[in-house]
Design a protein around this ligand. Structure first.
Ligand code: PLP
Length: 322
């Protein structure tokens, strides 16, 4: 069943979801030539707020630049579009999906004069892998599909066609009865999940990999690194081997949609007795409190749909400092 909201922002106008359509000969449909973002909107005491909205829009433009998709709207217009959409659809907890792509002009692989279409849709979406996943963790299998190397695709761009790699991996995982896939890179070290970055915990320290492991530079990954540092948790940023994963005390995925999802099983191996570990739980709690506007010092990571009058509203906020 579809969970989209009634209204979509389409080429600068807000219109009914079903009216925001494209030609079947759109370049992006045939060649995957589009870039997109996934942004979460959360219910807070000051109304709906979008988490790290500016970072997402910046990444949208950075991804577009790689593919020479010249977005015909300014940063502010896209930002306002996201906020207007949340307000007009009257959602509090939801998911916002901006996309910019080459639509129809010719079938040549070079997009030549193909016009750029930009759309922002909103969805009623809870936890991507389910509430149970956040609470109890998920099972993961090492994918037989390797993550593409940055010499084949720019791994740091969030581009439509690049997700076929994730699709193969996640289909394989689901067919085998697992919740999610974990992809290795061409060098055989750990890359990331089909739509998530990975963190390991060993002896109270965090470990995650970096761009040269063929990962998308996740905004949630960045958030967790920042939170760990602010809480005196050591973060090691290095290549990660499978051996490190199998010997980890805890492991978790991060992503806008997946938030902080504990990993409890990797193939046959049970991590931390199959229960989310203490550091995973601590960071997950912190993250969820921040996105719901409960921690004052991180409120600048949220953009309130009422951000013009947020200053007066914030006096009524029941917020706490850590
Ligand atoms: C392949 C991949 N890696 C990592 C992430 C996590 O990125 P973020 O935290 O910015 O959502 C995502 C989700 O967007 C993704 O699709």
């Amino acid at each position: 069943m579809s969970n989209h909201c009634d209204l979509t922002w389409f080429n600068g106008e807000i219109m009914p979801f079903n009216k925001a359509t494209t030609n079947v000969m759109s370049h992006a449909l045939h060649y995957g030539s589009g870039v997109f973002e996934g942004i979460k909107c959360y219910k807070t005491h000051s109304g709906p707020a979008l988490f790290k909205l500016d970072s997402h829009i910046n990444r949208l433009y950075a991804s577009a630049e790689v593919y020479k998709i010249d977005i015909p709207y300014s940063f502010e217009e896209i930002k306002q579009g996201c906020l207007d959409l949340v307000q007009h659809n009257n959602i509090d907890n939801g998911y916002i999906r901006p996309i910019a792509f080459y639509s129809y002009d010719s079938l040549a692989i070079h997009p030549k004069e193909c016009p750029i279409t930009v759309s922002i849709a909103a969805f009623y979406w809870g936890a991507y892998l389910g509430q149970d996943a956040l609470k109890n963790g998920i099972s993961v299998t090492i994918s037989p599909w390797k993550k593409f190397h940055s010499s084949s695709f720019p791994t740091t761009a969030k581009a439509c066609g690049q997700y076929l790699n994730s699709l193969l991996a996640v289909r394989d995982a689901k067919d085998k009865g697992y919740d999610e896939a974990l992809l290795l890179n061409q060098e055989g070290t750990i890359a990331e999940g089909a739509g998530q970055n990975i963190f390991l915990v060993k002896d109270g320290e965090l470990f995650t990999n970096t761009e040269d492991s063929s990962i998308l530079m996740g905004i949630t990954r960045d958030t967790i690194i920042q939170l760990a540092k602010n809480n005196d948790i050591n973060v090691n940023i290095c290549r990660l081997s499978l051996e490190q994963l199998f010997n980890a005390d805890e492991a978790f995925f991060t992503g806008t949609a997946s938030e902080v999802t504990p990993i409890s099983i990797v193939d046959g191996l049970i991590i931390n007795n199959g229960k989310p570990g203490p550091l995973t739980k601590k960071l997950q709690r912190l993250y969820l409190d921040i996105v719901h506007g409960k921690i004052k010092i991180y409120n600048n990571w949220l953009t309130y749909t009422s951000y013009n009058n947020h200053c007066s509203k914030s006096k009524e906020l029941k917020i706490y400092d850590i």
